[in-house]
Every structure is written in structure tokens, then in C-alpha cells.
Design a binder for this molecule. Sequence first.
Ligand code: 5GP
Length: 219
Amino acid sequence: LFRSIMIKRKGLVTVLSGFSGAGKGTIMKHLMERHGDIYNLSISATSRAPRTGEVDDRDYFFKSREEFEAMIDAGQLLEYTQFNGNYYGTPRDYVVDLTEKGQDVILEIEINGALQVREMYPEALLLFVTPPDATSLKERLVGRGTEAPDVIEQRLALSYEQSFQMDKYDYFIVNDDLDACVRQVHEIIQAERYRCFRNKENILEMQDELKVFAKGDKK
Ligand code: 5GP
């Protein structure tokens, strides 16, 4: 009776954010390994130097400070921030182009940027990832071995301040079991796509089709 009317919606912008050391990068890596066919991971631009093993255009678009500032001036970034003395930002076109086509995009970014995305896209899905407790947060930062002790101290102090932003997010995810965590992120995103407020166009179309059955309508 009905034409197949559904599946008309913009792609979902998901922001995976949370404390530095919460394991966001690892979660994203596993999520993309399992579901890379349905998710698009936004690659950020940064002015920080590549770490060993990092590849330009894959892990980040590595830029000089000048190049990064030119991107800001040209309006090419959806959000950006300075973190630990370096610029980080999300290129706008990738996110806009894919979501216009109905594809889902995930941003793995820090908290300041996440809240900027919230302003820009009130309908974005914000996920906050945290380690099970403060001790394991510190252990992860130390264990990662990529940051100097004073940087770790700074990041922990920042985590305290950022803990007051958690209630601005849609979901709170504790990363104590990586596998479970990756599954939760996937399931939340999938369920989120069916929220009524994300399907306004489909609802209108359904109402329009049902009009012929309206009482008193002799069409
Ligand atoms: P790292 O230098 O360890 O790769 O990243 C430092 C922090 O910057 C991480 O918390 C990471 O999520 C965040 N980050 C990476 N890309 C972006 C971005 O495009 N925008 C913002 N706001 N943060 C980012």
C-alpha cells in the first residue's frame, strides 16, 4: 500500500569525546575495524608534529601553525581549539558533504571542540567516554608514554575542570571493557538514528500519504 517512503534523513554527526586518556582513539580504531562500512571517521588537522608511526592524511592532516591559521581564516574548520600548545580542528567540507548525502560521520575530538560542534549542530550526538576511575585515568596517561610528566599533570588538572561539562553530553560511557565499550558506541549510534526528531521528513511524508484516508476526504 505504501510506497517505501523511509530512509530520508541527513547523516548523523557523532562526537566521541571525553578525558584525555579515556581511550577514545582505541575505541575509534576498533569501531572502524568492525563497522568501517557504515561509519566515516573525520580526519582532523593539527599543528602538532607527527608521532612515530603516524601518517599524514591518515592519522591527521599535519600542518604548520601558519597553514592552520590560514585554514581558520578561510572558514575551513567546523571547530578548532588549542590543546597542549597545538592547534586541532575538524575540516568542515568532509562532514558537511557526507552528512548531506545521508552518511554518518564520527569526530573523535577533545571536549572544547565537542561543545563547539554542539553549538553548530544542535542535533549532533555527543558521547562522553571516561575511564572507570581517576586512578586508571592517570595510569593510562602514564602508560601511553607519549607525554612528559608535566604534560600529564596538566591533562589531569584539565580533566577535573572538564568533569563539569559532562552533563552537556547525551551519553556517558565508561571504558572499562574495550569490547563492550565499542559495542555500546555502535548500538547507541544505531538506535539514535531512529529517534523521531531525526526523522521529521519521514514523518511528514507518512502523514501526507495517510491524508487520503482522512475522514470526510473524498479524493
Ligand atoms: P593527540 O595529540 O593525543 O593526538 O590529541 C590530543 C587531543 O586532541 C585528543 O583529545 C584528541 O581527541 C583531540 N583532537 C584531535 N583532533 C581534534 C580536532 O579536530 N578538534 C579538537 N577539538 N580536538 C581534537
